[in-house]
Ligand binder design. Structure first.
Ligand code: SF4
Length: 328
């Protein structure tokens, strides 16, 4: 029997103190952590309940951006007028994830921290998983690896990040606000997630006891021309085989700036910087779209069962950009 301590935090500082010991975990909506706890993947020694902290507000910032409290539910964020108006890409991504019931419970901070759905990670019957048990091996490498990474993987882990929201936030240059034992930090989302390397047990660069308090979105030039495209095995309640957050700043038909971020292909949201450069300064044409799509998957190294993702990702990039460009 695995015994566990449960504490309800009175405020952020109390939560951070309680969670600073190894083995402690924050719990907000609990939609991922409780599943993994029940299946024996996560074995926290202490759960620090942060669900009643005052961190759920969504507010306009003076610079034209928006601050989303870490405990805002995915539903609240997806339906908030400020976010729908200024960042429709984020609303689309949120509404493509999970089910309405889960979105009502899941928090924005928790969504950023959800763990991979690699079958071998979520089922402890498989002994080999470097993410769950460092040094044990990777069952996916020689196993069934249809849903796994084609970019940025390592010998130790080929898992992918499962978040839709994180893909859109990366395209929107979000900044993660945290508070921890060492003080406060503002972490650009590009520095928040990690590639697996030799330490796939770490998904992010958060320290023990570091609490996500909010996500800041800067003013965006991409509000008018963006699209989140998610390709999956069934129409809802499924994770992405490939997804694309496409955002364009168009002026007189010419791309002034672009963001192309892929999901379902890597251990973190995969920003395709070279593909963005292909488009910048040019009109959107069939030629530029296909050149950008090829650049987005340059260096891809598929596994035995997921070669199809290379073609799928390129088609998804072209389609997402086309739809983004045609929006009025
Ligand atoms: Fe574990 Fe990563 Fe290998 Fe999956 S891909 S079995 S998460 S080490």
């Amino acid at each position: 029997m695995h015994s566990i301590f449960y504490d309800r935090a009175k405020d952020a500082d109390h939560a951070i103190r309680l969670a600073s010991e190894p083995g402690a975990k924050f719990i907000g909506g609990g939609t991922n952590l409780l599943d993994l706890y029940k299946s024996g993947v996560e074995k926290p020694l202490r759960l620090v309940d942060i669900s009643r902290l005052a961190l759920a507000d969504i507010d306009a910032l003076a610079d034209g951006g928006v601050r989303i409290g870490a405990l805002a539910s995915n539903s609240a964020a997806a339906n908030h007028p400020l976010l729908r108006q200024r960042y429709p890409l984020l609303a689309e991504a949120l509404l493509s994830g999970a089910s309405p019931q889960l979105r009502n419970m899941a928090t924005v901070g928790g969504n950023l921290l959800q763990r991979t759905r690699c079958y071998y990670f979520t089922d402890p019957a498989f002994a080999q998983c470097n993410k769950r048990a460092p040094g044990s091996g990777c069952a996916a490498k020689d196993g069934f690896n249809r849903i796994h990474a084609i970019l940025g993987a390592s010998e130790q882990c080929i898992a992918v990040n499962p978040s839709d929201m994180g893909i859109a936030l990366t395209a929107l240059d979000a900044v993660i606000q945290t508070k921890g034992p060492q003080g406060e930090r503002r972490i650009p989302i590009g520095e928040f997630y990690r590639l697996p390397g030799d330490t796939p047990q770490y998904d992010t660069n958060l320290a023990q006891g570091e609490l996500i308090t909010a996500v800041d979105l800067p003013p965006s030039p991409f509000g008018g021309h963006s699209h989140y495209l998610k390709v999956r095995d069934r129409a809802s309640y499924a994770f992405a085989l490939v997804s694309v957050a496409a955002a364009l700043d168009l002026h007189d038909g010419v791309v002034r700036d672009a963001r192309i971020v892929l999901g379902g292909v890597a251990h973190k949201p995969w920003r395709a910087v070279d593909a963005e450069s292909v488009l910048t300064g040019k009109p959107l044409t069939d030629d530029s779209l296909h050149t950008a799509a090829a650049a987005a998957v340059a260096g891809a190294r598929p596994c035995r069962h997921n070669q199809f993702k290379i073609e799928l990702a390129q088609r998804a990039v072209v389609r997402a950009l086309r739809i983004a460009g045609e929006k009025a």
